[in-house]
Design a protein around this ligand. Structure first.
Ligand code: PEP
Ligand code: MG
Length: 763
């Protein structure tokens, strides 16, 4: 069963259109289950279930037979959302005869809903002439198949609609997760990491002859390269490995591979795209083979494909040219891409993978770049050069926007601009409540650009400097001196205000290209302090650089990420004291900085008192704390709805940490994104947090709500909220309170934006 399932899903995966995919499904399912009929119905935009493919019913009925949830057995399966297994379909009260299908020959019926993200997308049904119930194994097979196919069908359907973007569609919408608020209008540019077969953008070529010559010269170069490598390693390779080189050379000599690519180039497609498609198709063919040995050859085909692609992409005349108002689309955008695009050209980010609290989204918020994450159905490689609107408030993107849509979005952009102007007037006003309770607002930084923005927005210190950001933007570890210079700039710019530097926090979704960490479960693995304590040489160089940089300024604090054991704090303190002593011996005149701990995992919450007793300060990282308390991957758009820092369990933990820290006389701040949420900021102030640290974009928003409320009001709000049991209700309750305060922190037309104009949805 597993083999049949795998074979069907792989074939469906490789289909180049929804039509082809559905034909494969009905054909293979009918053969595997030995039934006389198999049909698939898919929901259309009018909520009707349309016969889209069949084997066993009249082919002329395809796209003609449509039922609502109220009609017939197919409608019944869709309405119930569960399998219906009948010995004799005609005896069932819901049975309805459609003469155009010719289905009177059949008696038994098994219909299974195709469910994707809680919605019934369609129904897969099999029938037989013989009167019998389908047995449990058959039912289980169809249920499993539908569960596996639902995501593929949703995805293929979306891609299919996107194919038409070029021809006629306007305002084509894709849904994702809000990453960074704001709206931008620009031109789509595909981010394609080097030699990544899955990310090569579709582009047309005008000079076919030139493109063909370029293709063949790249092929020859790759061939020579592989041949040279093969002979260099000859003595060290086993005969099996040597065979692999020979197989690669044979594949490159295979004229059919080159012929397929040549044909595509002659159709007007650029060589890298044509090559990547041909290779992916061949790899897919191998992957769907029954024989395990042949299946594994898919990896070899991809490997060869990557080698040639590297040549095809590395030509000097193929330097990427970023247009003004670039909206970068990619499979998995990470912080390192920010270093590649001229800052003044980048207006939006769209990532297929990742979610609202992925690090790239956090950086985008700090930089004020509208961003949409987790657009899982986006056929991004097909969209190079299209005009696009990014709605980072609601997590939507629109391709080929109509004039009317652009007009509406321009109104939003104007409102946004006015809100920003209003914020500028707050810059020199203190952050204090109506009854004069002061709340220090600090910023989270990482990029150099953050520093100026933060100062412009009236930041009173840095609560979190993500030191991994400069590490991510390089192709090797920065030296101690490299680091000292970067840190000095930060410390000097903010002096005399405090700058809290976090030691290197890699792992999870932050991986350094030059220090890859491959793990099945990276968020539960080698992250943060776990990595740096295992590599004292990296840790020592970093803390030495920090302390050297603080000489004469003395505004540094050092903070440790991902601490889950008191011993980790103690070991880190020992190393920092050692580095400090060395610096004094070397003649430095440097004060030992305060050393603090981030509270990011449940274990640290419950040990907050012990940690507070040993540390100089605590700071809650609510991004990770939410992920670990709720067991929701902050990077996974599928569970984005469950990631909610207003969850009562998170709020209880936050309150617990303040009490624990203060019981030891230790100050406690919060530096997760929650601190920059105006509603949450009020609750955190009422809980007693000593400092709120946030991205600079949100700082004025938070300041304006705090200036509009009294501490007493905030405390009453907190008391009410802590009695509520549901995150969504808490969200709404806090939101209403803010509205009542009359604070305007997002464009009003967002709420009135006409849904009817939201274009054709594709997911
Ligand atoms: C956090 O987890 O809340 C935090 C501030 O750290 P990061 O987002 O960099 O993981
Ligand atoms: Mg964290």
């Amino acid at each position: 069963m597993l083999d049949s399932l795998r074979a069907i899903t792989q074939e469906v995966n490789a289909a180049d259109s929804l039509e082809a995919a559905m034909k494969i499904i009905v054909n293979r399912t009918r053969l595997t289950m030995s039934t006389q009929m198999c049909s698939i119905y898919l929901r259309n935009e009018h909520e009707e279930f349309v016969l889209r493919a069949t084997e066993g019913l009249n082919a002329t009925a395809v796209n003609q037979v449509k039922v609502t949830r109220e009609v017939g057995l197919i409608g019944y399966v869709a309405r119930r959302g569960e399998p219906i297994n009948l010995e004799n379909a005609r005896e069932h009260p819901q049975y309805r005869y459609f003469p155009e299908t010719g289905e009177e020959r059949f008696s038994s019926f098994l219909g299974v809903p195709i469910v994707h993200q809680r919605e019934v997308l369609g129904v897969l049904a099999v029938q037989q002439g013989e009167r019998r119930r389908f047995d449990d194994a058959e039912e289980a097979f169809l249920v499993t198949l539908c569960a596996q196919l639902s995501g593929l069908i949703a995805h293929t359907e979306a891609i299919h609609s996107a194919d038409e973007i070029d021809n006629k569609s306007i305002d084509v919408r894709f849904k994702g997760v809000a990453g960074s608020p704001g709206v931008s209008i620009g031109t789509a540019v595909v981010f394609s990491p080097e030699a990544d077969l899955d990310s090569v953008p579709y582009q047309k070529c005008t000079d076919t002859e030139g493109e063909l010559t370029f293709f063949f010269s790249s092929l020859i170069a790759a061939r020579n390269d592989i041949k040279a490598l093969g002979s260099k390693l000859k003595d060290r390779l086993s005969s099996e490995e040597q065979g692999l080189f020979d197989a690669y050379l044979a594949m490159l000599d295979d004229t059919s591979l080159a012929r397929e690519v040549t044909e595509d180039i002659k159709q007007g497609v650029v060589a890298p795209y044509a090559w990547s498609r041909v290779i992916l198709n061949h790899a897919q063919t191998f992957a769907s083979m029954h024989d395990p040995y042949l299946r594994e050859r898919a990896a070899d085909v991809r490997d060869l494909g990557r080698r040639v692609l590297a040549y095809l992409q590395n030509s000097p005349n193929r330097e990427k040219d970023y247009p003004d108002n670039t909206v970068l689309l990619g499979d998995e955008l990470t912080a390192s891409v920010l270093g590649e695009i001229p800052k003044d050209k980048l207006v939006g980010l769209v990532s297929v993978k990742g979610s609202g609290n992925s690090h790239i989204a956090i950086l985008a918020r700090a930089m004020g770049i509208p961003t949409v994450m987790g657009v899982v159905d986006l056929p991004f490689t097909q969209l190079e050069g299209h005009s696009v609107v990014v709605d980072g408030y609601r997590g939507n993107i629109y391709f080929n926007p109509s004039e009317e849509m652009i007009r509406e979005f321009k109104i939003l952009i104007q409102e946004d601009y006015e809100i920003t102007r209003h914020y500028e007037t707050l810059r020199h006003l203190p952050c204090e409540t109506l009854d004069n309770h002061r709340v220090p607002l600090w910023v989270n930084t990482g990029l150099m650009a953050d520093i100026l923005r933060s100062i412009e927005r009236g930041a009173e210190g840095v609560g979190l400097y993500r030191t991994e950001v400069p590490f991510l933007l390089r192709d090797r570890f920065p030296t101690e001196e490299d680091q000292r210079k970067i840190y000095r700039e930060h410390l000097e710019t903010f002096a005399p205000h405090t700058v809290t530097m976090r030691t290197l926090d890699v792992g999870g979704d932050k991986s350094l290209s030059y220090f890859p960490i491959e793990e099945a479960n990276p968020f539960l693995g080698w992250r943060g302090i776990r990595v740096t304590l295992d590599h004292p040489e990296i840790f020592l160089a970093q803390v030495r650089a920090m302390m050297k940089a603080s000489e004469g300024l003395n505004n540094l604090r050092i903070m440790l990420p991902m601490v889950s054991h008191t011993s980790e704090l103690e070991m880190a303190q020992t190393l920092i004291h050692r580095a400090h002593a060395e610096l004094l011996e070397e003649g430095g005149d440097i004060e030992l900085p305060p050393i603090g701990v981030m509270i990011e995992v449940p274990a640290a919450v419950y040990q907050a008192k012990e940690l507070a007793a040993r540390a100089d300060f605590l700071s809650v990282g609510s991004n990770d704390l939410t992920q670990y308390l709720l067991a929701v991957d902050r990077n996974n758009p599928r569970v984005a709805d469950l990631y909610n820092s207003y969850h009562p369990a998170v709020l209880q933990a936050l309150q617990y940490v303040v009490k624990a820290a203060h019981s030891q006389g230790t100050p406690v701040s919060i530096c997760g994104e929650l601190a920059g949420d105006p509603g949450a900021a009020i609750l955190l102030m009422a809980m007693g947090y000593d400092v709120l640290s946030m991205n600079s974009t949100n700082l004025p928003r938070v300041k304006s709500v705090i200036r509009a409320i009294t501490l007493d009001q905030a405390e009453r709000l907190l008391t009410s909220v802590m009695k509520l049991a549901d995150a969504t209700i808490i969200n709404q309750y806090v939101e209403r309170t803010i509205r009542r305060l009359g604070v305007k922190d997002r464009p009003e037309s967002l709420d009135t934006f006409s849904l009817s104009k939201e274009g054709c949805e594709t997911s």
